[in-house]
Design a protein around this ligand. Sequence first.
Ligand code: NDP
Ligand code: AKG
Ligand code: MG
Length: 419
Amino acid sequence: MANDSIKIPAGGEKIQVNGDLSLNVPNNPIIPYIEGDGIGIDITPVMCAVVDAAVAKAYGGSRKIHWMEIYAGEKSTRTYGEDVWLPEETLAAVKDYVVSIKGPLTTPVGGGIRSLNVTLRQELDLYVCLRPVRYFTGTPSPLKEPQHTDMVIFRENSEDIYAGIEWQEGTPAAKKVIDFLRNEMGVTKIRFPETSGIGIKPVSREGTERLVRKAIQYVIDNDRASLTLVHKGNIMKFTEGAFKQWGYDLAKSEFGAEEIGGGPWCSFKNPKTGKEIVVKDVIADAFLQQILLRPKDYDVIATLNLNGDYISDALAAQVGGIGMAPGANLSDTVAMFEATHGTAPKYAGKDQVNPSSLILSAEMMLRHMGWTEAADLIIKGVEGAIAAKTVTYDLDRLMDGATKLSCSGFGDAVIARMD
Ligand SMILES: NC(=O)C1=CN([C@@H]2O[C@H](COP(=O)(O)OP(=O)(O)OC[C@H]3O[C@@H](n4cnc5c(N)ncnc54)[C@H](OP(=O)(O)O)[C@@H]3O)[C@@H](O)[C@H]2O)C=CC1
Ligand SMILES: O=C(O)CCC(=O)C(=O)O
Ligand SMILES: [Mg+2]
């Protein structure tokens, strides 16, 4: 099939990136979207309807998004041909149109294709995975005081064991790597060399610095109190341990941070407010218990790719679950918004799941575009629907006296509560 399945909507214009990396957003931007596999078919149309309603209400017709469908995953194979999971023109559109949003995409476990989500992030060098975690009043939570969970995760999105550099057990390639490690590198610790698969964990100074730089800038711009570097550097010294050290070094060299006491924690004054910003670190396993027991101590988090994956679902659970967890993948120019959760295949097509994570990802997108009035209306709508106890199954099953809505019904409730 021809490589031209994308239909450019008439009447829309591209968002452009200015020389200083700010955005030039027309009143009629074209926004590419990937519907997504599994529950993508349920949540994506609801997200578009909520965004359209918020934009119409905020700007009375003077601004309007022109949605442009682009393809990846199973829908791409149906559109472009059997083996085409991520067409070139999809990658080109995400890059050219600067701001986009996607539903979840399926990745088989074990064999099969590599993650399309990870491929998109790597191909476009979307090196920040930004996942804010906040509490909406009335949401059921396993915590006594869920309102104290208010963190923003900066997850490194391009390297780590997540880069997918690995060799399957029993293959000549795995044998070659194991032989190299044993014979040329003097490695004696591979317990079962004949039957091991091998994975490689690259973590670079550059990759760490650009992530931590963005995280600290976020702390400054958003008047937050601290940045915590989360790592397992006691065990993986030259990858996760280096991440911690490079993070502290950057805070000192670029933001003027100075050690508190004998270090390693350090602090500096926010140049915009004069308030003190603390840069600290915590080992990842301890962090996972601290966020449950002392969530108030943590604010903005910078961490490696795999830790960030685990932490974002764990933190989401504290504020209602991954049905409520939004996110963005960012480079210095391109932004692709997506929910934290996956395709939840058992619910696909049932109009049942919570669309909030994708709706709140769109809210982040509108704020990124500078359309704050529309973004505020989405927050108002979600807050209103939850406060009225009109929720989807995931929240309903943990709440007393709630009204259970379908996925699309919840979208309607959010729109109704924008008034
Ligand atoms: N960025 C992406 O596109 C991502 C893709 N994936 C992919 O998704 C597929 C499925 O992964 P899986 O591990 O099952 O994880 P999922 O996140 O898809 O689902 C796990 C569980 O989370 C709950 N859940 C997820 N989304 C929602 C929602 N919108 N509303 C309410 N509850 C929700 C459901 O819980 P319950 O059963 O309790 O109702 C669901 O069974 C895999 O192929 C995986 O690789 C995974 C993560 C991210
Ligand atoms: O790509 C995938 O299938 C999973 C990705 C994921 O879990 C995430 O990015 O949070
Ligand atoms: Mg995940």
